[in-house]
Design a protein around this ligand. Structure first.
Ligand code: GDP
Ligand code: CA
Length: 327
């Protein structure tokens, strides 16, 4: 079986680890958000790709959900001693090695997709990781504060400001010319089922959907999503601040309507959100907290079961249609 999953950072990574456990023999491709990427101290940093790679490769800081286990921060302390900005971004010593290798390869002319493959040769995540695009795209956030109305990088809004200043708008700089990375549209086309994990619906999944051709390719497939919102609140992170900026209610219903029935065939919600509904989408309620690998595996298995049954139904309907047409 071929499975495609989109992914942001922590939520996507934990879900993918469950998906791998639920379908050990499947060929899994993750299409990962790169809108959070940033260049700091001359180094290209891809937070979501790294979170997925470290989580599946066994190098993640489990409590934190991002960054390396057994990390130290000597370089960060030394940079601070020089009073070099920014000091708000957590760059560990082990993690820095990844960014150095990536930056060196990018400078030598390799596209991000090949760099990612090279980094994965060490981490062996057991699934294929594809950046959504090899082109440089960056999510910027329009805010108004005492310095006036301006756009800042997503990381500055998320990490330094902790989303405390309301976002007026998100702008995916570079999206109008960005092409999907090699393999992205092919993987979607060849997929038996597609899963949207519990990742940030605006700045992770929403960003991937803005890359030319991706949404259209997904709409042709059987797609099941897992709600990142439980009982009217994000499980972790500040997805509510992102949803507010685009005028969507922070609820399993709001995100379902945001994705819409052209994209989704099935939608998993938490038990307290049973009752969520949209024409053309099959909604199922079940426990959705990824409190352990086993819990994530069960959620992934449920998403896969629903996707497979919806796909069979679609195919049966299509078969019946063809039968009548030729009769
Ligand atoms: P980020 O890059 O760290 O923001 O990670 P993601 O883009 O993957 O987004 C995290 C999203 O997943 C947030 O909206 C969380 O509410 C959601 N999330 C995190 N953990 C869980 C969980 O255990 N269950 C569910 N259903 N959603 C989760
Ligand atoms: Ca992210």
């Amino acid at each position: 079986m071929r499975i495609v999953s989109l992914a942001g950072g922590i939520g996507g990574a934990r879900f993918l680890r469950g998906l791998k456990a639920a379908a050990p023999d499947a060929e899994i491709t993750a299409i990962v958000n790169t809108g959070d990427d940033i260049t700091l101290f001359g180094l290209r940093i891809c937070p979501d790709l790294d979170t997925v790679m470290y989580t599946l490769g066994g190098g993640i800081n489990e409590e934190q959900g991002w960054g390396r286990a057994d990390e130290s921060f000597t370089v960060k302390e030394e940079l601070a001693a020089y009073e070099v900005e920014p000091q708000w971004f957590g760059l560990g010593d082990r993690d820095l090695a990844t960014h150095i290798v990536r930056t060196q390869m990018l400078s030598a002319g390799y596209p991000l997709s090949q760099v990612t493959e090279a980094l994965c040769a060490r981490w062996r995540p057991g699934i294929r990781l594809l950046p959504m695009t090899d082109d440089r795209v960056e999510t910027h956030v329009v805010i108004s504060d005492d310095q006036g109305r301006r756009a800042i990088h997503f990381q500055e809004w998320w990490v330094r400001l902790r989303a405390s200043v309301p976002a007026e708008r998100f702008v995916l700089v570079g999206a109008d010319t960005a092409k999907p990375a090699p393999g992205v549209l092919e993987a979607i086309h060849d997929a038996d089922v597609v899963i949207l994990p519990p990742s940030n619906p605006v700045v992770s999944i929403g960003t991937i959907l803005q890359i030319a051709g991706v949404r259209e390719a997904l709409e042709a497939k059987t797609v099941v999503g897992v709600s990142p919102i439980i009982g009217g609140a994000p499980v972790r992170g500040m997805a509510d601040a992102c949803l507010a900026a685009i005028g969507v209610e922070t609820s399993a219903q709001g995100v379902l309507e945001l994705y819409g029935s052209a994209l989704l065939d099935g939608w998993l919600v938490a038990e307290e959100d049973a009752g969520v509904a949209l024409d053309g989408v099959v909604v199922e309620a079940r426990p959705l907290l990824m409190t352990s690998l086993e819990a994530a595996r069960d959620i992934a298995a449920a998403a896969l079961d629903l996707a497979r049954s919806l796909r069979e139904k679609k195919e049966a309907a299509r078969g019946a249609g063809t039968g009548r047409g030729s009769a």
